[in-house]
Design a protein around this ligand. Structure first.
Ligand code: ADP
Ligand code: ASP
Ligand code: MG
Length: 417
């Protein structure tokens, strides 16, 4: 007997038929004698709708009330899955975040899980009960519901698995594993049997939304054996209940990967915006004067490029923010214009950041040059570049997203035969 956490994302629970299919996956594991906790997302499209309603009610709104609204999607799914399981003869009970409880910090809208008390759930495992837990939510120190940021049910699942000391955490989604790039953009993408925590962290933070970044961090820190797999396969097909090697992608330590590639994947993040401050005074403290107020305003600044000034007095500062943060950023710049000391501010939306990721870059040279050459060959202009030990990120015009992803995927030999 083992203890498993199974997480099902939005498309996997999009309607009652799909919830029934999910229940069959759960029942298979219960029938095999395992103790099972399930974490569910809202039905596909629901969270977007709820977020949209908050914005319609008021473009700027209270984060606590946003949480009260958007957390409701997961509550519905948890109840529906519990009903469906009960109807199939499985002893199941739904749990909202506060009932477990899943305690978070006070950052409403983007809260972090601090502590999970799984004792009551474990006690009920003893009675053969399955826990169906609403993902994406917990309870903040002010005793109010808090949500974990978009895609947060992945994090709920891994955190629950760590708290319950589960043997495995299965993230069921609408693709059958982690691919070398988004298989919806590049049909030649290959499914990876294993991917290292470090590479998965980079892929997730650079736009591959198959796992929320925080869930990968938690899996790495708490050594949770995490698989990404498909909910759309027949729950009773051969191998689906394999305990050690379930179908899907295992997220694991680097040294568990036998065949290491130089480049393992390509990720992209659409909807980036670029802001340029022209003729900024070139003096000590200028970066702090610019990025301090932006940080205070909660703007997520990403790539930063500062030109070397020609005459030592003025320079240009260019940086990117998610397009959704552009209004907030522009306001913060306007408010702090006197301290920022620039002449003109320019901004542009509709950009994409494409990233090449691979641990092998630590020991191989020329990886960046290959990307630049390949993009040049397609006539794609590069607006900004940032690099770290295991990734290269390139900012381009959004209209070239698909072309850039496919070009890079192919030039590093990632296309399937
Ligand atoms: P869920 O609702 O199950 O949480 P998401 O939509 O959040 O699912 O994540 C799954 C999606 O992630 C896939 O449908 C796929 O389009 C996208 N994706 C992006 N990059 C990758 C990748 N490298 N491997 C697999 N899927 C990816
Ligand atoms: N329903 C939430 C979202 O759409 C959380 C999740 O699905 O992981 O962001
Ligand atoms: Mg998701």
């Amino acid at each position: 007997m083992a203890r498993l956490v199974l997480k099902f994302g939005g498309t996997s629970v999009a309607d009652i038929d799909r919830i029934r299919n999910v229940a069959r996956h759960v029942k298979r594991e219960v029938d095999a004698g395992h103790q099972v906790a399930v974490v569910v997302s809202a039905m596909s499209g629901k969270t977007n709708e709820l977020v949209g309603w908050c914005t319609q009610a008021s473009p700027l709104h209270d984060a606590r009330e946003y949480d009260a609204v958007v957390a409701s999607g997961e509550q519905v799914t948890a109840g529906l899955l519990a009903i469906t399981l009960q109807n199939m003869g499985v002893n199941a009970r739904s749990w909202q975040g506060w009932q477990v409880p899943i305690r978070t910090d006070g950052a409403h809208g983007a809260a972090r899980i601090q502590e999970i008390d799984g004792s009551e759930i474990v006690r009920r495992f003893g009675d053969g009960q399955v826990a169906v837990i609403a993902g994406f939510q917990g309870v903040a120190p002010d005793n109010r519901v808090a949500t974990l940021g978009r895609g947060g049910s992945d994090t709920s699942a891994v955190a629950v698995a760590a708290a319950l000391k589960a043997d495995r955490c299965d993230i069921y989604t609408d693709v059958d594993g982690v691919y070398t790039t988004d298989p919806r953009i590049e049909p030649k993408a290959r499914r990876m049997a294993r991917v290292s925590f470090e590479e998965m962290l980079e892929m997730a933070s650079l736009g591959a939304k198959v796992l929320q970044v925080r869930s990968v961090e938690l899996a790495m820190v708490h050594k949770v054996r995490t698989f990404v797999r498909s909910s759309f396969e027949d729950p009773d097909a051969p191998g689906m209940g394999d305990f050690l090697n379930p179908p899907g992608t295992l997220i694991c330590d680097e040294d568990e990967i036998v065949e290491q590639q130089v480049v393992t994947g390509i990720a992209y993040a659409k909807d980036e915006a670029q802001i340029s401050l022209r003729r900024v005074e070139d003096r000590p403290g200028v970066a702090a004067a610019i990025f301090g107020p932006l940080a205070d305003a909660g703007v997520n600044v990403d790539m930063i490029v500062q030109n070397v000034s020609e005459d030592g007095t003025r320079t240009d500062m260019t940086f990117t923010v998610p397009a959704g943060d552009l209004a907030k950023a522009t306001q913060a710049i306007e408010d702090a214009k006197a301290e920022m000391r620039f002449d003109v501010v320019q901004s542009e939306r509709g950009l994409t950041k494409v990233s090449v990721i691979g641990i092998g870059m630590r020991s191989h040279t020329g990886v960046a040059a290959t990307a630049f050459k390949a993009l040049a060959g397609r006539g794609i202009n590069i607006r900004a570049i940032t690099t770290s030990e295991i990734k290269i990120s390139i900012l381009i015009d959004g209209e070239y997203t698909e072309l850039a992803v496919r070009t890079l995927h192919s030039v590093y030999g990632l296309d399937k035969a």
